[in-house]
Structure formats: C-alpha cells, structure tokens
Design a protein around this ligand. Sequence first.
Ligand SMILES: Nc1ncnc2c1ncn2[C@@H]1O[C@H](COP(=O)(O)OP(=O)(O)OP(=O)(O)O)[C@@H](O)[C@H]1O
Length: 310
Amino acid sequence: MEKILAVNSIGKFFKDKKVLDQISFDVHKGEIMAILGPNGAGKSTTIRNIMGIMYPDEGSISFHGRKEVPRNKIGYLPEERGLYKNVKVMDILLYLADLKDYPLKKAKERALDYLEKFDLKGKENVSVEELSKGMGQKVQFIASILHEPEMLILDEPFSGLDPVSQELFKEEIRNLANQGTAILLSSHQMNLVEEMADRLFMIHKGKKVIYGTMDEVKEQYANFKCTIKGVNDRSLLDDLPNVQRVEQNEGGTTSVLYLDNEVHPSAWLKNLPEGVNIQELIFDRITLHEIFIQIATGKNLAVEAGDLDA
Ligand SMILES: Nc1ncnc2c1ncn2[C@@H]1O[C@H](COP(=O)(O)OP(=O)(O)OP(=O)(O)O)[C@@H](O)[C@H]1O
C-alpha cells in the first residue's frame, strides 16, 4: 500500500504538559484510517499538527516522504464547524476551491453534482446563514472534497447528522477511499468506525495504545463473549471455566459471559454443563465500543499486560 502521510514519533507540549508522546502512524492511499481516543486524548492536536495549524515539538510529519505537507492536496473538515455566514453557497465553494488552485469550471461542475447528491439542489444561491446546521455541515464537507484532495482529514464528520445524511456521508467517504483518497477519520461513533475503517490508531493520554488493521485489533483485543437467553442462576455461570465476568439483566433471562482471550470456542461450548438453560446462544467478540470503554477505563487486560504493539 502506497504511503501518503507518515507521522513519525511526534511529541507536543502545551506549556510543560506533554499532550502527545511518540505518536507514529501512516495513512495509505485508498484506506480509511481511524484515529480514536477518549476526550482530551490528543486526536485534534495530532490533526492540527498534520494540518500545520501548529507544529510538533518532537518528531516529524511527512507527505509522500517530503517534510512539506501541501495544503492544496489535503481536504480538511475541522471539528469546529462554520463557514463565512454572509456568502452564497456556490460562491463559498468556488472561493475555497480557488484557494486550493483548483480550476473554476471543474469546481463548479463538481459543486453542482455534489449539491444534488447531498440533497441541496437549488441551494447554490442561498446564503450560508440560512442553512440548517446539517445543511451547513454538508456544504463544509463538499468544500473539503471539491478540489479532489489526495488525503482527506475528517474530524467528527458524523456529529449532528440525521441518519439519512449519515448514510450519505458514509457512502461518499467509502467511494472516495475506493477511488484512492487516503482518509484519516476521527470519530466517537464506534459502530461507524468498526463498519468503515480499514485500520485504526487509538490514542490515550497522548500515547499510542492500539495500532493495526481492524481484524488484527479484533483478534488481539476483542475477547470472546457468549450471550445466553434462558433463565439461569448467576452463580452457575460465574463458576464456568474462562469466564472473566458475567452481566445479567433483571430476572436473569439474558446473561452475557465475558471470556478470556485464549478460550477455544468449540471446546468451551462443548463443556457447557447440561444444567445451563439455553433458549438462544450467541458466541461472538466484544465490539470496538466495548474495547474502547475498557481501554478508556483501564479495564482491558491485553493493555494492562503491556501487550500494546499491533
Ligand atoms: N491550545 C491548547 N492549550 C493548552 N492545552 C491544550 C490546547 N489544545 C489542547 N490542549 C490539551 O491537550 C490535550 C489533548 O486535547 P485534544 O483537543 O487534542 O484532545 P481530543 O482527543 O481531540 O479530545 P476530544 O475528543 O475531546 O475532542 C488535552 O489535555 C487538552 O486540554
């Protein structure tokens, strides 16, 4: 996979507080790479360093192996939303494309196509301040991709979108990656990240905790869990082998058994005692959402064991 962006061991201080420490990752052509982490972890600071809004105190960032990151090759949807208020939609789109040296005629054609795609047909001459929040976000997203950037950085692109708009964004982001755009996606919506990202980088308190493909991450950090429907006595489930913890709903009709990572699913299932009441059983892995919560709250055993390098 062709490497577009390389973040090499960057560190950043705010006064004497180190908010980024040895952060390294790459973003490849045609992939969706997610950057995740709890509030205050350092995601936006990392992105601002890539965008040249600030500079790292340690390490370096390169684009195609060169130290200069060319802004006109990058599209950026910042976390802070907002465009100039008093300007018409088409005017602002063309102005921003022009700032990136993109040909005007092509920009106009693409803008019309995208406005139609995002259900904003006919809004070209509407002033930005008359748009709803979601419509404004769509226009800002269009502005970030109009100039056909090689790399697209999206900071919380889905926040505040209704489900239909969310689908449109998802589809377009996937399309862009398929066409070769390198995408760095920061989002707190774990279900979407799990569905969309090819690889992920998780940062916690300014440091790397996870870096790898979605499959590697799942294999390494997503322990198995077994969900059993049927009334069961909790103590019976607690005593089963390889069970780390059991969660039961009120009435004990559904039980979720969180298992050790090294469990062998078929052997474990074969050894379930006959006394366990099973109306339905699902055996799968914990979700990215659960991995995230375990890491953010210090409960992930793989991380505690220092097994961090993916
Ligand atoms: N301009 C600044 N001056 C001082 N400290 C800052 C500044 N910007 C960010 N920080 C601190 O740096 C750390 C990382 O913040 P950052 O905004 O990068 O986190 P984040 O992962 O993007 O969080 P969120 O999910 O809440 O957006 C935090 O401790 C924050 O308080």
